[in-house]
Design a protein around this ligand. Structure first.
Ligand SMILES: [Zn+2]
Length: 246
């Protein structure tokens, strides 16, 4: 499926931790922002478990959460994203609960995005070296089912109606990290911006420079599709309506 021409006017990017978005979909978001899209970045946990420093214990978590939220806000500023929402669910212990689905449903209904960008709720094993973090799957699953059916179905989460939050139908769902990708977004013009945004997550990178790896991943995703650098998605087309930007 060619997707080069679709630029949503509004999009939500939903991820478990600070830095997930920058490792995966940031090039796409930067392209959309450049085309005039308003992107809202929703971070479900604040990444307060993201340290193996032996001098740290539970008391370090609030400071680490604040630091990582600041890093995420800085990364989003680099991408041109002005709106960041932290939901403060517990890092490392996330589950796809009804409360999380309701919170994400509320945000989708409030911001009315045409497109929502998530990770793959089915991704467990990546190659032979990486077990997907369960928080990633939990956030993706909750977001998936917030998009459909909860955000568009009036009588699901009727407490949201009492809050004055009306249903909204998302047109496209972009799932990153799928083994069944069908859409490759050209991020060649944004690879530098993606790397710069990722580098804002200093607490996670330490002295490691991620540039070579990010370029390698993006080159691999683009190489069979005539693109120097790409991000790959499975895209669900959820609306029969004509996309407003086409
Ligand atoms: Zn993560």
């Amino acid at each position: 499926m060619s997707d080069k021409e679709f630029f949503p006017k509004r999009a939500l990017s939903i991820h478990a931790h600070p830095d997930d978005q920058e490792f995966t979909v940031a090039g796409t978001l930067a392209r959309w922002v450049q085309a005039g899209c308003e992107v809202v970045s929703i971070i479900v946990t604040s990444g307060e478990a993201g340290s193996n420093d032996p001098s740290r214990d539970a008391g370090a978590k609030p400071d680490l959460a604040r630091l990582r939220e600041a890093e995420q806000s800085s990364a989003n500023a680099t991408l041109g994203i002005r709106d960041t929402v932290f939901l403060h669910y517990p890092d490392g212990e996330l589950e796809p609960t009804m409360n999380l689905r309701r919170d994400l449903t509320r945000l989708i209904r409030q911001h009315k995005p045409e497109a929502v960008v998530i990770g793959d709720p089915q991704g467990v094993f990546y190659g032979n070296g990486y077990i997907n973090h369960p928080d990633h799957r939990a956030a993706a699953q909750a977001a998936l089912y917030a998009v459909f059916p909860s955000s568009e179905t009036r009588l699901i989460f009727t407490d949201l109606l009492r809050e004055g939050v009306e249903p909204h139908k998302v047109k496209r769902l972009y799932v990153h990290g799928s083994e069944k990708s069908d859409t490759w977004i050209d991020i060649t013009s944004m690879i530098g911006v993606k790397i710069s945004a990722l580098k804002k997550h200093v607490s996670q990178l330490g002295d490691w420079d991620p540039e070579i790896m990010i370029r390698k991943w993006a080159a691999e995703e683009g190489k069979d599709h005539g693109l120097e650098y790409a991000e790959a998605y499975k895209v669900m087309l959820l609306s029969e309506e004509k996309d407003s930007s086409e």
